[in-house]
Design a protein around this ligand. Structure first.
Ligand SMILES: Cc1cc2nc3c(=O)[nH]c(=O)nc-3n(C[C@H](O)[C@H](O)[C@H](O)COP(=O)(O)OP(=O)(O)OC[C@H]3O[C@@H](n4cnc5c(N)ncnc54)[C@H](O)[C@@H]3O)c2cc1C
Length: 461
């Protein structure tokens, strides 16, 4: 233990003053030399809690050992066995709450930087063109997957590996779900997303874009043409606080703001002429990952002042610690214990926001202290408001599948094997969980693939 370096090998990042001028990646990642040094900090625990804590149980200890031994190819094969999208999860997974949280080294010093090592190994393989060679034995059964986010991608990969004929239907013009349209490229570069999705196509998964199931193709048609269906449609419909002034110009849901900025590339005006307000003083309501992304996009779009408005204090924020740090470094300001009361307007445009001061009360159902409004309020002058308080599954699609049971929030109900009340129809990811994480979507994709395989084996017996 005494020989182990206490601090992590620092990862290369671009300085804040430089990075807020563009949408290029903030984190550059480890060099080979740095990755090997960091991997050599691993204590190689007899019982690796990191693997236990990982929702998809990646063999992290073995991956790190292979990096420490400079066998990068082996490390890549190990991670790919459990995870089809390591370049993505290495960048966006909340490792500080999962694998790194239980790292034995973390008891005495900084835990091993597992996420950055995963990112390193995926980037290394991509740069060298190293790919997993699969020996797929084709099966005749056809499976339709609705939605190409991490749940859909993972389920497709796993089912195709088992030999099934898999088609993903995606409403948008690009595959990837939130990975493509939500998380900005400075955090998750789109060439990484495109590359990891292309590995599906290379093994024969078909991806049909620009196709809304329930509109371009009916759900019934899919049921008639496929042996099983996996619904991975996410939770893309925004929620609003429900206060006065939300109809004003300059008020956005975070999803709309991010889709315009990230997917439709408003930041590359005039090359792309997607309209979006380039506010000077921007209030972002909420303090999760989505809020951090919206705030940091607004800064990069030229805002002078960007405020995160949060009704609790930041220690209770659900955002990844790294993203909060990055936002702070870049100049995002945090208004804690502030509850939006109304948005004020002038000539139809946002002119300010009134905030009630809050105090923290006893824990609510989330286990976090409940924000209690006081009588005191203050007004901040802002010209843009972005609401990032969560999303729900889209009713437009759900209304077209009335036979499938949902809960009162619109999340699809499944049994423990992720099958809905209709035989052969499975669901996972945000469509069943509401707002969750990429790694939980991957977990559902894997579990649904296993369940679909057993279902089809039984059905063909
Ligand atoms: C801005 C933002 C930042 C985030 N940051 C993080 C983070 O840092 N770390 C983390 O772990 N998680 C993060 N999350 C959450 C994470 O991205 C989601 O939990 C995850 O993407 C859910 O995956 P999914 O496959 O269930 O759905 P999605 O990724 O939402 O994909 C669903 C797909 O289904 C398509 N679809 C919907 N209806 C239809 C239809 N009828 N026909 C065809 N296609 C359809 C949609 O177009 C979409 O492409 C973030 C979310 C957002 C919005």
């Amino acid at each position: 233990m005494s020989k182990v370096r206490k601090e992590r090998v620092p990862v290369r990042k671009r300085p804040p003053a430089e990075r807020i001028k563009d949408f290029d990646p903030v984190v550059i990642g480890y060099s080979e030399e740095d990755a090997v040094s960091e991997a050599r900090r691993c204590l190689e625990c007899k019982e690796p809690f990191c693997t236990k804590e990982c929702p998809i149980h990646i063999r992290i200890k073995e991956m790190i050992k292979a990096i420490a031994e400079e066998d990068f190819e082996k490390a890549f094969y190990i991670v790919k066995e459990d995870n089809p999208i390591p370049g993505i999860t290495g960048r966006v997974c909340p490792q500080e709450l999962l694998c790194e949280h239980v790292c034995a080294l973390g008891k005495a010093c900084e835990p091993v930087s597992i996420g950055k090592l995963e990112m390193f190994i995926a980037d290394w393989a991509r740069s060298k063109g190293v790919e997993v060679k699969l020996n797929i034995k084709d099966r005749p059964e056809r499976i339709a997957i609705i939605g190409s986010g991490p749940a859909g991608i993972t389920c497709a990969y796993e089912l195709r590996k088992t030999g099934y004929q898999v088609t993903i239907f995606e409403a948008l013009h690009k595959a990837g779900g939130v990975l493509q349209y939500g998380i900005p490229s400075f955090r998750l570069p789109k060439d990484v997303v495109d590359y990891e999705i292309s590995s599906l196509q290379k093994i024969g998964v078909k991806i049909v874009l620009n196709t809304v199931i329930g509109q371009n193709i009916s759900f019934r048609e899919l049921q008639d043409s496929y042996d099983a269906i996996f619904i991975a449609t996410g939770a893309g419909a925004p929620r609003f606080v429900g206060i006065e002034g939300e109809e004003l110009n300059g008020v956005y849901s975070a999803n709309e703001f991010l889709i315009r900025t990230v997917l439709m590339k408003a930041y590359r005006f005039p090359e792309y002429d997607t309209p979006v307000t380039r506010g000077s003083r921007v209030a972002v309501i909420g303090a999760g990952n989505v809020a951090m992304d919206a705030a940091r996009c607004a800064l990069r779009m030229g805002a002078r002042d960007v405020y995160i408005i949060y009704r609790r204090t930041m220690e209770h924020s659900p955002a990844r610690v790294e993203e909060v740090e990055h936002a702070r470094e870049e100049g995002v300001k945090f208004m804690e214990l502030a509850i939006p009361k109304r948005i004020m307007g002038k000539d139809g445009w946002v002119a300010g926001i009134e905030l009630l001061k809050a105090r923290l009360g006893p824990p609510d159902s989330s286990g976090r202290p409940q924000p209690i409004p006081t009588e005191e309020s203050e007004v901040s002058e802002v010209d843009t408001v972005v609401e990032a308080i969560g999303t729900v599954p889209n009713r437009l699609f759900l209304d077209r599948i009335p036979e499938i049971e949902k809960d009162r929030w619109g999340a699809i109900k499944t049994d423990e094997k992720l099958m809905t009340n209709v035989k052969g129809i499975f669901a996972g990811g945000d469509a069943i969980r509401g707002n969750a994480t990429v790694i939980q979507a991957v977990e559902d994709g894997k579990n649904a693939a296993k369940a679909i395989h057993s279902y089809l084996l039984q059905a063909t017996r």
